[in-house]
Design a protein around this ligand. Structure first.
Ligand SMILES: [Zn+2]
Ligand SMILES: [Zn+2]
Length: 100
């Protein structure tokens, strides 16, 4: 009667790169854009795109897509330490403070 336990993942080390914290965060984050989806164009300029966080226009080379929410962030809205946008990095920090 213990056969079912064979399929139970238990405490085996997760093979995925995502930490448990990151997995929790992903459940909370609202994905605004799909990965690979281009940023929104600045309606007043042909060469610039909008930062999804502060809504200011930037050349596309200055925008980076957040891997969590999919929003495009300018340098001011980007957190290099988390490699996510400012908004998602805030969530990561909250979760890290909680411990898990
Ligand atoms: Zn911005
Ligand atoms: Zn984000």
């Amino acid at each position: 009667m213990t056969l079912w336990k064979k399929n139970w993942p238990g405490k085996a080390a997760p093979k995925s790169k995502d930490s448990p914290v990151l997995r929790e965060i992903k459940k909370e984050i609202v994905v605004m854009r799909k990965q690979g989806e281009p940023p929104g164009k600045d309606p007043h300029s042909f060469a610039q795109y909008m930062c999804d966080l502060c809504s200011t226009p930037h050349p596309v080379s200055e925008l980076r897509q957040c891997v969590l929410c999919g929003r495009w962030a300018c340098e001011a809205c980007w957190k290099d330490e988390c490699y996510t946008c400012k908004s998602c990095s805030g969530l990561i920090k909250i979760h890290q403070l909680k411990g898990e």
